[in-house]
Ligand binder design. Structure first.
Ligand SMILES: [Zn+2]
Length: 250
């Protein structure tokens, strides 16, 4: 059992490792990474910062990952630096606003900064945004899959049409990107996941957990059972030379 989406934000590795053994779950730690324009409690922006972070996790029973931010994070690091990681995870929740600037869709000001007045039109843009991320960024896991901003979330079933789901899941399969089953958001819903499985997708479990909520994977496990997922359906970090950052040109 692996939770590939664990943030150390408000805790320490020691405390988080104690939880891992308590819950019988192995953790993949992800620190936010990208240019300084991204606002997070901790952010890796250079090869040196990345190396220090990796060194801090060395020899510990965890996978080493980053949560990549925006579309320009690759410019901060060398391939060699990134290849010290076991994987790179990102999501589609930061979206270009009316002014082209990055907007965190979960924050209050997003409704003013992003035109979501026509939900169908916005969904098409959101699907295109997924395709852009999946096709251009050397990532291993797409996290928080199918999450929708507050004004649209209640129409999940109507907005995530099978056609839209298929576009996203086909792109994930084409680029060998695993789809996270998120226990914090309880997403994607089973209908979405069934299309993804039929398309041949691979999956990872994630809590997006801050202390003490990492390793709580109830929803992920429930969905895996419903889909009858096997070991070969699950993401495992790629061997040296085949990581996304090495496979795909930066
Ligand atoms: Zn996260």
């Amino acid at each position: 059992m692996i939770d590939f989406h664990v943030h150390l934000d408000n805790s320490t590795l020691e405390k988080v490792l104690a939880l891992a053994s308590e819950r019988g779950v192995k953790f993949g730690i992800v620190e936010h990474a990208g240019t300084k324009e991204n606002q997070y409690p901790a952010l890796l922006s250079t090869d040196d910062e990345l190396a220090t972070y990796v060194k801090g996790l060395e020899g510990k029973p965890v996978y080493k990952g980053i949560q990549a931010e925006w579309t320009d994070w690759m410019s901060c690091f060398s391939v060699k630096g990134l290849a010290q990681l076991d994987y790179v995870l990102t999501d589609a929740m930061t979206f270009p606003g009316k002014d082209g600037q990055r907007v965190k869709l979960w924050e209050k000001d997003s409704e003013a900064r992003v035109d979501m007045s026509d939900a169908q039109k916005w969904m098409d843009r959101f699907v295109d945004w997924h395709l852009e991320i999946l096709s251009k960024e050397p990532i291993d896991i797409l996290a928080n899959v199918s999450w929708l901003p507050e004004p649209l979330a209640r129409d999940y079933d109507a907005l995530w049409t099978p056609e839209r789901v298929k576009k996203v899941t086909d792109a994930a399969v084409e680029h060998h990107v695993a789809l996270e089953i998120s226990s914090s958001y309880k997403l994607p819903k089973l209908s979405f996941l069934k299309i993804a499985k039929a398309a041949g997708a691979t999956f990872s479990f994630g809590s997006n957990g801050r202390y003490p909520n990492m390793g709580k994977l109830d929803y992920s496990i429930q969905m895996a059972r419903a889909l009858e997922l096997n070991k070969e359906d699950m993401f495992t970090p790629a061997p040296e030379g085949q990581k996304a950052v090495q496979r795909r040109r930066l």
